[in-house]
Design a protein around this ligand. Sequence first.
Ligand SMILES: [Zn+2]
Length: 503
Amino acid sequence: MMGDGGSIFSARWVLVDAFHSRKDCAIHVQDGKIGEIAPLQDLTSRFPAAEVHIGENVAILPGFVNAHHHCFGVNLVNQGISDDLLEPWIFATAGAAAISTKTSTEYAALRLLKNGVTAVVDACTAGETARLAEMKVREKLEIYTGLGISCAVAPGERWQNRIVHQSGQDHAFLTKLPEPLRDKLEHQHLTRARLNPAEYLDLILRLAEEHAQAETSDVWFGPTAPHWTSPQLLKEIACAVRERGLRMQTHVEESLLQHLSAGRPDNKNPVAELADIGLLGEKLSLAHMVWADEYALREVADTGAHIVCNPSSNLRLRSGIAPAWKMKRLGINLALGMDGTSLAGDDDMFAEMRLARNLYGSADPLGPGLTAPDVFDMATMGGARLMGMDQSIGSLNDGKRANFIVVSLDRLQGPWLAESVDPVELLVSSAKTSDIQSVYVGGSLTVSQGKVCNRNEHDVLENINEEMQRAADQRLSTQDYAIVRSALLRWYDNWLTHSAQLR
Ligand SMILES: [Zn+2]
């Protein structure tokens, strides 16, 4: 615990935010908040009672914001679920052995925290009934806030078009499958119990109201995607967003097939639909937007809605590369998410920033691309703005919550490091989570040398093992998955040809 004079942390670099770094400086922390940043000697003479932490060769940076996440529990690859195109992949994951919300969220939260993530948007599935959904959301809020992680929990469901993208075509697709398989898919996707839209609306209104004054936790609408949600429910959500200032996050334009489905006569472009309903605005964040065209991006920019890019997930589910450079050029606030599907399945935000920088740069070889500060901003202030928490998190400005990461430079500096090196460039290019020495949340030491303080991680891992052994696995067999996969590809192939003829 800190003494009366607070604490002072010195570092070779203090990164106030993506665009402002201070060399050979120290930071004063008091009552869980960031204070002044000044040379170490100045601070020690002004705050003689402060506890002093000398960082010989470290950088101090703001805690990361993972602006779009799912707690899948055990990595899907470890469960034998391979990466695939998004559309068939959804059928591969259904029915997989599931661990409890408590265990999966604890596991995810500890892992994120060890990786320096101190704020998260958790886009979870709402669940079978309103009562279960409420328990789930409350459990998640308790786990995140208990660890000091700032959070928004955004539950959602797929209420319609659960098998194929086109409206009202689910049963037509199912007739293409052999009968036992048809029944299984019908059971897993169509008749599975889920809370109804009216219960959902009521639940989110109630929980969001409860958290209206909370500084570090929030409950949002999270309908999984516009095409999985009825226009009526979207209108009612729009009303709540407008009248009560609530927030919403949803998946939009993630895959090519989703994008092409919007061109069908009976389907709508999701961004235009959100705009028509009055949802497009600064309370809305759109996850992915890989296939959004210039017109849609302009609408997003004009209304102040946010976009969260998920580069790893988009590669693993063959969704493509988001036009992040265009989004940036249009002045859209961009954040970074790991979508529960980071490239190595380890939720490493340094790796995600590195991927974003290189991927989005090479997708536009002659353009400006995204710089290291751009992607660092996405992983910090961009996420904080998206969460509506930019007054309290996302940078190390005076008065903000003291959420920060201490990164060792020992490995990064190699045999020699130029004086002129920009620390943001160095960290985005080379840092790994194994370089994290410690993580502070609200001024308290929360992670030290890869271990979460005051938590027995071993218990969480044991719970996962026990729950996985007990859990029922109702997944499709490898053979059945292959049948569904090829039927889906045939289905969309026919439809794409037809769609081309119509145009
Ligand atoms: Zn997602």
